[in-house]
Design a protein around this ligand. Structure first.
Ligand SMILES: C[S@@+](CC[C@H](N)C(=O)[O-])C[C@H]1O[C@@H](n2cnc3c(N)ncnc32)[C@H](O)[C@@H]1O
Length: 281
């Protein structure tokens, strides 16, 4: 039986929704307990219900509430996750843009919901490894997330052995990381290619430069249909012509936003603004 009372669960799920649009349906009590109990202990509370009682008195959104929502985010990620999107970039999408952007010599990539940084660093390593001709281009990789905790690790570019064993080819580990006190730290040449910033996808976005690639993978699964639609609509304004939107392998724009068209690229699907006529149909 759950140690979490129904009113306490309702309070926490309303908080997660109001702050980050994260949906916690009934049945997720175990997840709330698993994520908030260690936080409650670290904050010096005797148990989870005492912590939730204190959060109820916190101003909204107060420091305890902010820490709780941060702890409720799911941060699962790994290097070159799902492989095929990166393969499509290497084989087709980056070569296409090298041609299309030959005049401006500038590429801008946004990783929305970057978690601990493996996704933007994978992109940076891919560009560095396979496209030496981009060395003289302006490459901007903007990586954002809601969670301050993941951004601290992402910014440090510091990973343990298990993290570098997940998805990172051994030659990349040797070439782009150094070992420091038992951890693997990304080299400055890759670290400097990525700018990390806090950004909550369900609050007004700061001004972002027009992007050639937007990665927004494995985050909209936590949102309801209205939130997904609102984000997909805003993303339409972010992409430059010939740019591509990448979603997670279980995510799609289908039945959400007809203004995006799926484009099969090798073994993956990317999304591009649909031709106006099709979108209006
Ligand atoms: C499962 S991770 C996905 C990481 C990476 N994109 C990948 O596919 O490997 C989801 C990330 O979304 C972030 N997130 C959740 N709600 C968010 C919100 N409202 N705004 C921005 N990021 C959010 C979480 O903090 C978490 O780091």
């Amino acid at each position: 039986m759950s140690a979490l009372s129904a009113p306490d669960f309702d309070f926490v799920s309303s908080l997660a929704y109001s702050q980050a649009a994260i949906i916690l349906e009934p049945g997720k009590e175990y997840l709330v307990e698993a994520r908030l109990t260690p936080l409650a202990q670290r904050e010096g509370f005797t148990d989870l219900s005492a912590f939730i009682a204190a959060m109820r008195k916190d101003r909204s959104p107060g420091p305890l509430q902010a820490k709780a929502v941060d702890a409720l985010t799911t941060n699962e990620t790994y290097f070159f996750r799902d492989f095929h999107p990166f393969d499509a970039m290497r084989r087709a999408l980056v070569p296409e843009l090298i041609e299309k952007r030959a005049d401006s010599r500038k590429l801008t990539i946004w990783c929305a919901a970057c978690s601990t940084g493996q996704e933007p660093y994978s992109i940076a390593m891919l560009l560095r490894e396979h496209f030496p001709q981009l060395a003289s281009w302006q490459i901007e990789i903007i990586a954002t997330d809601f969670s301050p905790t993941v951004l601290v690790q992402a910014q440090a570019g510091r990973y343990n052995q298990i993290e570098v064993n997940r998805g990172l080819p051994a030659p990349f580990l040797i070439k782009y990381f150094t070992q420091q006190n038992g951890a693997w730290v990304i080299k400055p040449e890759i670290r400097q290619m990525v700018q990390f910033k806090a950004l909550n996808l369900v609050q007004p976005w700061p001004i972002l430069p027009p992007c050639d690639f937007v990665f927004i993978r494995n985050v909209m699964i936590y949102f309801n249909v209205e939130t997904k639609r609102a984000i997909l609509k805003k993303l339409r304004l972010c992409l430059r012509p010939h740019g591509s939107l990448f979603l997670g392998s279980s995510e799609t724009t289908l039945n959400l936003d007809p203004h995006w068209a799926p484009v099969t690229q090798g073994a993956t699907v990317v999304y591009r603004p649909a031709p106006a006529a099709a979108a209006a149909a």
